[in-house]
Design a protein around this ligand. Sequence first.
Ligand code: IPM
Ligand code: MG
Length: 469
Amino acid sequence: MLLFASLDTPVVYLIRVQKSRGKSRAQDLQRAWSGSLAHSTCSLTPAATALALVKRHRLQLLLYRLPNIFFPPDRAVPILARHMSSQSFKIAALAGDGIGPEVMAEAIKVLRAVEKKFDVGFTIDEAPVGWAGIDAAGKALPDDTFELCKGSDAILFGSVGLPDRDPTIPKEERPERAALLHIRKEFSLFANLRPVKLPAALAHACPLKPERQGDGIDMLVVRELTGGMYFGQPKTTEVVAQKENVNPQDKKKTRRILRIERAIDTMVYTEPEIERIAHVAFKAAALRRKKVCSIDKANVLENGVLWRKVVERVAKEYPDVEVDHMFVDNGAMQLMLNPTQFDVMLCENMFGDILSDEAAALAGSLGMLPSASLGSTEGEVTFGFYEPAGGTAPDIAGKNLANPIAQILSSAMMLRYSFGLNDAALAIEAAVGTAIESGLRTGDIFSESDPKAKRTGTSEMGDAIAGAV
Ligand code: IPM
Ligand code: MG
């Protein structure tokens, strides 16, 4: 239980901290309250601040607006300030499989450097997921891991899935569906942002000829993440017929029983689902080069027709943002021919899955690409899930070879979108730039022909970025 005295009105707030979160949670909240008080002089009143804290940390507001007989207003600040010095955020760090644990360690190193430089604190709780979850607790998303996610401000995710492991585990229980898709759906993480940027120093790593790279590739794929074919029902494989196959030449009329299976995935979108992701794309474009290219297959799919109609409608609310539409097959080709034409590319779930990997290849290495999966924003708080795009890369796991930059940049996205710490996010991004400029290269972005390039390992790259923060 925490007791807070208000400065604006003679009120005391009693906030109940959920038991499972223990003492450290209470301390976090005290720090958060202090950080918020600093803001309160300019915008938020302490009353609003208390309510915001309750909401952000999903706490129970037990009783409020009691007469403040406990602390006269002039004593309230010193009493609170003694315990508190910064904003605090709770992060669930789920490293997962393959290279996940190695790159996660580097991201945590960088977050610790951020804590030293900025007035902010992170409580980082690590928990198993994916095959690590199956090994530790028999489930790709163990119950404790899921609970930890629910009690956190954001999820920093590594990667899951090792295709060669145990084929007897059914597809529904394998990490991709049981952990990744489950988390996306449970937390309604409908907006997936995948920024693709080719730094000038890495132009050699892009598979396209220099003349196709123009002034540099810098685009954002906005992928709808909780609808479409990934989740539409029915989704099943069933036996539809058992046919007798009689060979006319066979005098004995031998009969062969054929068992025919059919697989069904359903592509389904409702107008509100399209609308909300379209708003995300237009808002993002308004802060960039103000162009949205919406991808669909309106020449064939009902979904495509509806998608285009709704995107057109939403576009009217953003007169400063230019919109055009492209069929997905053409979009795939244009990415190869003229990628610099794209600013924000808006896609439904499966098209976005495919095109974001294609776009990622343009940035030289999947090891450079972060992503954010966001739910809806409540007040100023957006719950988010942050993961590198690259996957588990089992062939290089455990060898200090993986590129940690995608994981580190994912943590920068977390600071920006879920915690509102834009300066800290910029500091991480600048530090990554500094490390690249200094010539440090993990194997995936190393080139013999670059005289500045110095081959480096996962942890050395993390050290350099943390140092530059
Ligand atoms: C991605 C991945 C996932 C997806 C897989 C691992 C389920 O490819 O995040 O792009 O298809 O969404
Ligand atoms: Mg994918």
